[in-house]
Ligand binder design. Sequence first.
Ligand code: RIB
Ligand code: CA
Length: 313
Amino acid sequence: MGTKLIIDTDPGIDDAFALALAALSTDVDLLGVTTVFGNVSLEATTRNARRILELCGRPDVPVAAGAARPLVHPQAERAAHVHGEDGLSGLSDTLPEPTRALEPSDAVSLLVSLLEAAEEPVTIAPIGPLTNIALLLAAHPHVKPKIARIVIMGGGLGTGNTTPAAEFNIYSDPEAARRVLVDEDVPCVLVPLEITHRCAVSTAWLGELAASGPLGATLEKLTASYQKLYHDELGLDGIVLHDAVAVAEAIKPGLLRTEAYPIEVDCGHGPARGATVADRRPGRRAGTTVEVAVDTDLDGLREFLLTRLAGTR
Ligand code: RIB
Ligand code: CA
């Protein structure tokens, strides 16, 4: 029954869309959701993830809380100015309270138990800092054969958003990102800012989603401040659903065209901390590579997102 998927997330407005995309897709077996600090605190991201799943009618999906802080150094900054103090534009409390209890185990324990029980390899889609995934791979290497691939929203090929060099998820825990993208040998897909920005959706697209029904209307209502930020800062008539682009690829392999590059992550403390450096030199040395998403059918992807989120697929 379709893609077996676990999402690791820090909701987050675009995380909310990504979670809804997976929760509403009938060709996805959403085995579980794990939460991590990031846009806002772990307490808030966990509360938001549970409420979003309830909103989507998916109390069957277990949620476990993970890392509250990065592996080594304190998180430099959160993103409440983007996602609101509660992580969902100040509207988290308007979402339904979860009817399923939070898992008693932590995120890494839930990941291990789901992977061990899986009868076929599982896709993991981290759409926040990579702390939980780094811990999983370091402490439980025996589960690697049960991971089909890790589809990560993060990084940039020359641009950043949190700093001129670094994208937020990587910048929040560069050491964790380096463990996953450089040190490990699990197949990874990296969905960086360059492609997610090109997949921006318009206010007209959001209007269609809002008109599709109560769930679409609720999701669209979460984006008011997000729309203002993208308009004021980038002059955009719409928003960038970074995480939903990555989860779309996790659900539909090949939706994004990728190119294989060795990746390095700057874990120094200079101006490039958190930068993801892809070695695209023609004569580069052989070594571990990451599939970096570089292109897609932009309108096709937007249509894929809308039909899934509108519940018409
Ligand atoms: O840079 C975009 C990423 O940072 C997204 O995952 C967004 O939710 C924030 O966490
Ligand atoms: Ca996120």
